[in-house]
Design a protein around this ligand. Structure first.
Ligand code: SF4
Ligand code: SF4
Length: 457
C-alpha cells in the first residue's frame, strides 16, 4: 500500500547528526551500512538467514490483518531487506541469485523499505508466534536505521529528534512554558484536594528525577497530576527537569545514534539535580529504550532506573485507595508486554483502583498493538493507522460497555480516542493507569498530611 509519508529535507538533517548521501551513492552506501549493522547486531544475520516461509507470522500481525497487503506480512516485509542480505552477504545468494531468494540492490528497493518499514509498529508480536523467534520488528528497525544514515527520514521523526536533542522534549517546549504549565497544574491540584501539592522543576539535591511524557503538561495532564499526588502522598523527594522532560526516545525507532544522544541527556539531567533514581513515566518505547538499551549503548547507570508503575505497585500497601465503581480494561502497550516485561504491576494497580477489571483477549505478551506505536503518529498516516488498529478495535468492542480503557503509554493515549471514534464505539474514556490511582487515592492518608516521615526512597 502506498503511504503518503513526508520525508525530511536534506537541509534539516545535519542538526540531528545525519548527513544525506548523494543519489548516485545510495546503493553502495546501503550495502556498506547493512554490512556494518549486521557486524554490530549479530542477531540480524540469524533472523535473515532462518525464515522458512511457514507463514505463521501472517495472522499475528495486525498490520497485515488490517490492510490485507502482502508486503505487510512480517516475513514479506523482512524479505525486502532479506533479499539484499542474501544476494551480497551469503554464498548461496552470490552463486544462485534469485533461486536463493536474492535480489539486486537498486534505488526502487529503498522506496519499498520506506513504504513498508513505516507500516510496521515494531510491536514484535510476530516474534512471539514465529517458531524460530524471528523478530521482524528488529529487522524493520535495522532497515529504518540504514535509511536514516542515508538521509531518508520521515519529517515527523526528524522534527521530534531535533526537539528532543535541543529542548529535551518532543514538542520543543521551553523552560518558561514548562514552569507556567506546572504552576497551573499545581493550582488545579489545590482546587481538587485543598493541598499544596508541588510539581517541582530543577529542584537541586533531589532523590528522584521523574521523566514524564511531555504530553502530560498539556494534553494528558491527568497523568502528571496523579503522579504528583502519589509522590506527595508518599512524601517522596522528586523533581522534573527542564533539560529533559521526556521519557520518549524516538531514536530507538529510527536511528540508534539519536537514541544514544537522548540517553546521554538522561544521564546529564539526573546528574544536574543529583538524582539517585530516575523514574520513567508512562511511555512504552521510552521505557524499552531506557531499560533495554541505555546501559548497552552508553555504559552503566550511575542511578537506579524504575518505571512509575513498578514503584506504585510496590507501594500499594501504603496507599489508601477506594475502588472506583467503573468497568475498566487494560491495554498492554507492546513495549511493556513484549519489550521490557511490565505486565503484572499495571494489573495489580488496576485491581486496587477499580471495581470491575476485565481483561482483553488476547493480552499480556500476546496483546495486539493499537497501531499507534513505532513512531507512526504522523498526521499523514492517520488513515492507515485506523486500519492498523482494526484488531484492537475488535478487542475493545467485545468488552463493551466499558467506562475506561487504561493505556499507559503516550502513543497509545494519542491513538485510542481516534480508534474509538473511527469504529463508532461510543463514549469510552481512555487515559493512564496512574490517572486511576490519582482518582481513587484518599489524600487524607498522605504522608505529609499525616505528618509521617518520607521513607520510600
Ligand atoms: S513465522 Fe517465522 S519462519 Fe515462519 S514465515 Fe514468519 S518469520 Fe518466517
Ligand atoms: S513488529 Fe508488529 S507490525 Fe511489525 S511485522 Fe511484526 S507483528 Fe507486524
Amino acid at each position: 500500500m502506498k503511504i503518503p509519508l513526508r520525508l525530511a529535507k536534506n537541509k534539516d538533517l545535519p542538526s540531528i547528526g545525519i548527513n544525506h548521501v548523494a543519489e548516485t551513492n545510495l546503493c553502495s552506501q546501503t550495502l556498506q551500512l547493512l554490512d556494518e549493522y549486521r557486524a554490530f547486531t549479530r542477531s540480524l544475520s540469524v533472523m535473515l538467514e532462518n525464515c522458512t516461509g511457514c507463514g505463521a507470522c501472517a495472522k499475528a500481525c495486525h498490520s497485515y490483518l488490517g490492510t490485507g497487503d502482502f508486503f505487510n506480512i512480517p516475513a514479506a516485509r523482512a524479505g525486502l531487506l532479506r533479499r539484499i542480505f542474501v544476494r551480497y552477504f551469503t554464498w548461496s545468494g552470490r552463486i544462485f541469485g534469485g533461486f536463493a531468494g536474492a535480489g539486486e540492490i537498486e534505488r526502487g528497493i529503498l522506496d519499498r523499505w520506506v513504504e513498508y518499514f513505516y507500516q510496521c509498529n515494531a510491536c514484535r508480536r510476530c516474534a512471539v508466534f514465529c517458531p524460530f523467534g524471528i523478530d521482524t520488528g528488529e529487522v524493520v528497525l535495522a532497515g529504518r536505521n540504514i535509511l536514516s544514515r542515508l538521509g531518508i527520514v520521515p519529517s515527523f521523526m526528524a522534527d521530534i529528534a531535533r526537539n528532543e536533542l535541543t529542548s529535551g522534549n518532543n514538542t520543543g517546549i521551553l523552560e518558561p512554558a514548562i514552569l507556567d504549565s506546572c504552576s497551573f497544574l499545581e493550582e488545579e491540584l489545590l482546587e481538587e484536594t485543598g493541598l499544596q501539592i508541588k510539581i517541582p522543576v530543577d529542584k537541586p539535591h533531589t532523590r528522584i528525577l521523574y521523566l514524564p511524557s511531555s504530553s502530560e503538561l498539556f494534553v494528558n495532564s491527568d497523568t502528571l497530576m496523579a503522579a504528583a499526588k502519589v509522590f506527595h502522598y508518599l512524601g517522596l523527594d522528586w523533581t522534573l527537569s527542564s533539560m529533559l522532560l521526556e521519557a520518549a526516545n524516538y531514536g530507538l525507532l529510527f536511528d540508534r545514534e539519536v537514541m544514544k544522544k537522548h540517553n546521554g541527556r538522561i544521564r546529564a539531567a539526573a546528574s544536574a539535580v543529583g538524582a539517585k533514581k530516575v523514574l520513567m513515566g508512562e511511555c512504552g518505547h521510552g521505557w524499552r529504550a531506557a531499560r533495554m538499551y541505555t546501559e548497552g549503548a552508553n555504559g552503566p547507570f550511575p542511578f537506579q532506573l524504575q518505571h512509575i508503575l513498578e514503584l506504585v505497585a510496590e507501594c500499594l500497601p501504603e496507599l489508601r485507595l477506594t475502588k472506583l465503581p467503573i468497568r475498566a480494561t487494560l491495554h498492554d502497550p507492546c513495549n511493556y508486554g513484549r519489550g521490557a516485561g511490565l505486565v503484572d504491576g499495571p494489573r495489580k494497580i488496576m485491581r486496587a483502583c477499580v471495581a470491575d477489571l476485565v481483561e482483553m483477549t488476547p493480552n499480556r505478551d500476546r496483546n495486539f498493538c493499537c497501531g499507534g506505536g513505532g513512531g507512526l503518529l504522523m498526521d499523514e498516516m492517520k488513515q492507515i493507522r485506523m486500519q492498523l488498529g482494526e484488531k484492537k478495535a475488535e478487542q475493545i468492542r467485545s468488552l463493551l460497555p466499558l467506562d475506561y480503557i487504561a493505556v499507559p503509554c503516550a502513543s497509545c493515549k494519542a491513538q485510542f480516542p481516534l480508534l474509538i471514534k473511527h469504529y463508532g464505539m461510543g463514549e469510552v474514556r481512555t487515559g493512564g493507569v496512574i490517572d486511576l490511582v490519582g482518582k481513587s487515592l484518599d489524600m487524607r492518608g498522605s504522608a505529609v498530611f499525616a505528618g509521617r516521615e518520607p521513607n520510600l526512597t
